[in-house]
Design a protein around this ligand. Structure first.
Ligand code: GLN
Length: 536
C-alpha cells in the first residue's frame, strides 16, 4: 500500500485537484488501482451549504455526499468511485472528536489537537487506503495556512508510521513570472518548501506551475534550495487547449516513472494511447462545431457549473465535434428577451439552481427552445423550468410555478417533496445521491441510454407534481423516466420537438472524457444536426 500526498504552495487555485486527477490517470495507465481523496481544512462539515460564490460547484457522489468539486476531477480523470469518506473537512473531524468527548470516550483526558485531532486524520487515511494500490490525498489550501497545520502534522506522523518508503510528498507550487525582470521567480517556492520542512515534511517531488518554460538553471536552483533531486523538479505549464492534456504533459516530464521509482512500485510502462485519442478529439475534432448556450445565474464564475461544462466537452469527444459554450445570464434574458441572447445557439442547456433570481429568464429560454425547436437539455432546476413553461404556455395554467418560487401559486406544478416538508436543517438534508430511474419505451432518453433502467445522482428538495401528470402528458409533455419505488417523475420530454428533455437528476456527475454521458452525447448530436442543417 502506497500513499501520495499533494500539498500546495504560494497561492491557492494552482490546479492541485487537476494535478491529482491527472496523476491518478497516469498511474492507471500503468495498471495501478488508485483512489484519490481530498482533505479540506475549513470548518464547514461539507461544502453543501456554501454559496457558489465561495466555493464553486458542489459535487455529489453516489452515496449522496456533497463534496468539493475536486472530487469531480478525480472521478473524471480516473475510474475510482468515491464515497463520503473521501472528502474530509476539519468540521467533520471536530464534530467527531467532540461527540466522542461528550460520550466520555477519552476517559477524562484533556482533548488536544495532537494527538486527538491528528489521530482522527490518520485513522481516515488508513481506512481510505483499503483495496487500492495507491491512495492519493490532496490537502486543500496552501502550506502556511493556520487551519492546515493539524493535517500536515498528521501526514508527518503517518509517514513515520507506515514507513517513509511507502509515502511520497508532492508539492505543487507557483513560479510567478515578473514582467519587469523578464523572468520566472523561484523564491516564493523556496520559502513555501521551507515552511513544509519546518513541520518536518520534505517534499520528494516539486511540481512547478508556470506560464513560461523553465530553464535548466532554474531546475538546479530549485533542487538546491528545496532539497529535491533535479529530475524531481517537474514543470507543469498552463494547459492551453484542454485540461485533459495534463496526463500527457506530466508523462512527458517523466512524472509516472519518477513516482513508481520513488515508491518502489513494480508496474508496467504507461500506455497513453487512450488519452492521446481523447485529446485529439478535443483539440482537432473532425465533425464541425456546435454552440451550446448555458443559461444560468453564475455564468461569470469559473467553477459554478464545472461538471456541466466538462460534460459538454466530453460530449464533443463522443461526437468528435467542437462544443463552444456560450454563457448566458438568465437575468439578461429576463430583461432583453430570449432572441437577443439565444438566437445563435444550436442547443440550450439550463443547469441546476436554487432560489428565484433569474427564474423568469430561464422560463423564457425554455419557451424559446420549445417554440423554435432548438434542442433543450434541462438539468434538475432546468427540468422543473421546462415543466413550468409547458404548464403555463401549452396547458394555459397562468402563473403555474414551483412552490420554491411562489408558495401560493394556484398551479404548483413543481412541489416540495413530502419527506422534505418538515426539514429545518440545511446541511445534507436534500434528496441526495444515486437512485434508480426506469426509462419509458419509445422515449428519447431510453434510446440515448440504450437500456431500460439507469442510476443517476440527485440533489433537490422539489419535484414534479404528479397531480398535474395526466394533464401535462395529454398535452404532450411525456414522462420518460420514473423512480420505480416512489413513482417520482425523473425525466420529461416534449413529444412534438426534436429533443427537449428535462431530467430531475444530475447526469453531469457521471460523465468522463473516456465515457461521455449518453444524454449529453444525444443532446450535442441533436444540436449538431441543427447546426449542419442550417449550414446547408
Ligand atoms: N431548487 C430545485 C430543488 O430543490 C432544484 C435543485 C437543483 O437544481 N439542484 O428541487
Amino acid at each position: 500500500m502506497k500513499y501520495i500526498f499533494i500539498t500546495g504552495g504560494v497561492v491557492s487555485s494552482l490546479g492541485k485537484g487537476l494535478t491529482s486527477g491527472a496523476l491518478g490517470a497516469l498511474l492507471e495507465t500503468r495498471k495501478l488501482n488508485v483512489r484519490i481523496q481530498k482533505f479540506d481544512p475549513y470548518l464547514n462539515v461539507d461544502p453543501g451549504t456554501m454559496s457558489p460564490f465561495q466555493h464553486g460547484e458542489v459535487y455529489v457522489l453516489d452515496d449522496g455526499a456533497e463534496t468539493d468539486l475536486d472530487l469531480g476531477h478525480y472521478e473524471r480523470f480516473t475510474h475510482c468511485k468515491l464515497s463520503k469518506f473521501n472528502n474530509l473537512t476539519s468540521g467533520q473531524i471536530y464534530e467527531h472528536v467532540l461527540q466522542k468527548e461528550r460520550r466520555g470516550d477519552y476517559l477524562g483526558k484533556t482533548v488536544q489537537v495532537i494527538p486527538h485531532v491528528t489521530n482522527e486524520i490518520k485513522a481516515r487515511l488508513y481506512a481510505a487506503g483499503e483495496g487500492v494500490d495507491v491512495l492519493i490525498t490532496e490537502i486543500g489550501g496552501t502550506v502556511g495556512d493556520i487551519e492546515g497545520l493539524p493535517f500536515l502534522e498528521a501526514l508527518r506522523q503517518f509517514s513515520l508510521e507506515v514507513g517513509r518508503e511507502n509515502t511520497l510528498f508532492i508539492h505543487v507550487t507557483l513560479l510567478p513570472y515578473l514582467k519587469a525582470a523578464g523572468e520566472l521567480k523561484t523564491k516564493p517556492s523556496q520559502q513555501s518548501v521551507a515552511k513544509l520542512r519546518e513541520i518536518g515534511i520534505q517534499p520528494d517531488i516539486l511540481v512547478c506551475r508556470t506560464e513560461q518554460p523553465m530553464t535548466d538553471d532554474m531546475r538546479q536552483k530549485l533542487s538546491l534550495f528545496c532539497n529535491v533531486e533535479q529530475k524531481a523538479v517537474i514543470e507543469e505549464m498552463d494547459v492551453k487547449r484542454s485540461i485533459y492534456e495534463l496526463p500527457l504533459m506530466l508523462a512527458e516530464e517523466g512524472m509516472d516513472r519518477l513516482v513508481v521509482d520513488k515508491l518502489g512500485i513494480d508496474a508496467p510502462e504507461s500506455d497513453m494511447s487512450a488519452w492521446s485519442s481523447i485529446v485529439r478529439r478535443l483539440v482537432s475534432p473532425k465533425g464541425g462545431e456546435v454552440k451550446i448556450a448555458v443559461v444560468g445565474k453564475y455564468i461569470d464564475l469559473q467553477d459554478a457549473y464545472k461538471s456541466i461544462y466538462e460534460s459538454l466537452a466530453h460530449a464533443g469527444v463522443g461526437n468528435d465535434c467542437s462544443v463552444k459554450i456560450i454563457r448566458v445570464d438568465s437575468e439578461d434574458v429576463e430583461r432583453d428577451g430570449a432572441q437577443k441572447h439565444l438566437s445563435g445557439a444550436d442547443g440550450i442547456l439550463i443547469p441546476g439552481g436554487f432560489g428565484d433570481r433569474g427564474i423568469e429568464g430561464k422560463i423564457l429560454a425554455a419557451k424559446y427552445a420549445r417554440e423554435n425547436k432548438i434542442p433543450y437539455f434541462g438539468i434538475c432546476l432546468g427540468m422543473q423550468i421546462a415543466v413550468i413553461e409547458y404548464a403555463r404556455d401549452v396547458l394555459g395554467l397562468d402563473g403555474a410555478n414551483s412552490a420554491e418560487f411562489n408558495e401560493s401559486t394556484l398551479y404548483p406544478v413543481i412541489t416540495i417533496m413530502d419527506d422534505q416538508k418538515d426539514i429545518v436543517d440545511k446541511g445534507a438534508t436534500m434528496r441526495l445521491g444515486s437512485y434508480e430511474c426506469a426509462l419509458v419505451d419509445g422515449s428519447k432518453a431510453r434510446s440515448a441510454y440504450g437500456q431500460n433502467s439507469v442510476r443517476e445522482r440527485h440533489r433537490h428538495r422539489f419535484e414534479y407534481n404528479n397531480a398535474y401528470r395526466k394533464r401535462l402528458e395529454e398535452a404532450g409533455l411525456m414522462v420518460a423516466g420514473l423512480n420505480p419505488k416512489r413513482n417520482l417523475v425523473e425525466i420529461v420530454e416534449v413529444k412534438d420537438h426534436p429533443w427537449m428533455v428535462g431530467v430531475q437528476f444530475h447526469p453531469e456527475f457521471q460523465s468522463k472524457p473516456s465515457k461521455p454521458h449518453p444524454l449529453f452525447c444525444a443532446f450535442v448530436a441533436e444540436a449538431l444536426k441543427k447546426a449542419s442543417a442550417e449550414k446547408k
